[in-house]
Design a protein. Sequence first.
Length: 135
Amino acid sequence: MLSDNLEKIERFASKVWRIQSKEDPIGQLSFNEYDYLKVIQSATEAIRLTDLAKEMQVTKPSATNMVKRLERKGLAVRQSCSEDARSKRVVLTDKAVQGLADESRVYGLMADKMKSKLSSEQAEQLNKLLEIALK
């Protein structure tokens, strides 16, 4: 059943993350903290707090609190917005950028482990199906 397999994928990913997080501070973040970092990273420029809250589907005070937490961890900084002095934009620190780059290695490990049990045709088919399902 699909739901059973999705749970197995989640458990598989959690196991790989646990192993890797011992040597990776980004891997020790909560899912929510990590999700914020990925949204900030995907922005084409420094993202306004208002836009970050909208993208995360949370209130602006909630986004502000999370950004403060990320700032305390040295992963994000707020900058004044040149267009609107009342507005703040959020950017990742070099520490966060490097950590997220290291994290992509974990996804590579997961993909390699999964592909090792599949033929190249099956791996390609799985990739295509996931692209469709995750749109």
